[in-house]
Design a protein around this ligand. Structure first.
Ligand code: HEC
Length: 175
């Protein structure tokens, strides 16, 4: 039963993400194979991170005093950045974040949140920093479980599938 519920939860997540086609949102029109490879990595990471957040919330978060999956994800993202792999940020899309540090910060993040709120599931840009190319990508984060509203009561006001947040990636492009 437990496994079946978990599978249902994941199926619901996939269904919500699939509303507009997960990757049907804005992307650079670059046919560059290096960009396409990096986009594929974002896709894989996005599934891993989002599945982990759903599973942790489902199995380990029972009341408001438990460590939220969001906080665990932020700690994980800091460790991954320190190891030099890539950067990921958990962003708020509601204007009422638990922590101001999770508000969209730069132009890319502000633009990405606007695109996601307009109904796209994905937004990306290729940027160059110190002569090196990076893929910046953002994926929508809808309210996937009732439990999310235990600590974020204002998520109740959002319809199923509407983004309340996003994951914002900065990934080095392997040329
Ligand atoms: C036990 C309480 C709790 C639950 C349950 C919870 N969160 Fe959070 N969430 C938090 C806290 C606390 C933060 C701030 C973490 C930080 O910045 O260290 C946060 C941060 C976030 C953020 C970043 C924006 C912000 O508000 O700071 C998003 C997006 C988010 N949570 C989404 C979700 C989703 C989706 C779920 C359900 C899968 C969920 N949360 C369940 C407590 C919770």
């Amino acid at each position: 039963m437990k496994t079946r519920l978990a599978v249902l939860g994941l199926a619901a997540l996939a269904a919500v993400a699939g509303v507009r086609g997960v990757w049907a949102g804005d992307r650079t029109d670059s046919k560059d194979p290096a960009v396409a490879r990096t986009r594929q990595i974002v896709r894989m990471l996005d599934d891993i991170y989002k599945t982990a957040v759903v599973l942790i919330t489902k199995h380990y978060v029972h009341d408001e005093s438990d460590l939220p999956a969001g906080s665990a994800a932020i700690a994980l993202f800091a460790a991954i950045k320190k190891k030099g792999w890539h950067e990921v940020r958990l962003l708020d899309a509601t204007g009422e974040p638990m922590d101001e540090a999770n508000s969209p910060r730069d132009e890319f993040e502000k633009k990405a949140i606007a695109h996601l709120k307009a109904g796209n599931a994905y937004y990306e840009e290729v940027v160059v920093k110190d002569g090196k190319r990076y893929l910046r990508a953002a994926t929508a984060l809808p309210v996937v479980m009732r439990k999310c509203t235990m600590c974020h009561p204002h998520y109740e006001d959002y319809k199923k599938g509407q983004p309340i947040g996003a994951l914002s990636y900065t990934i080095p492009i392997q040329e």
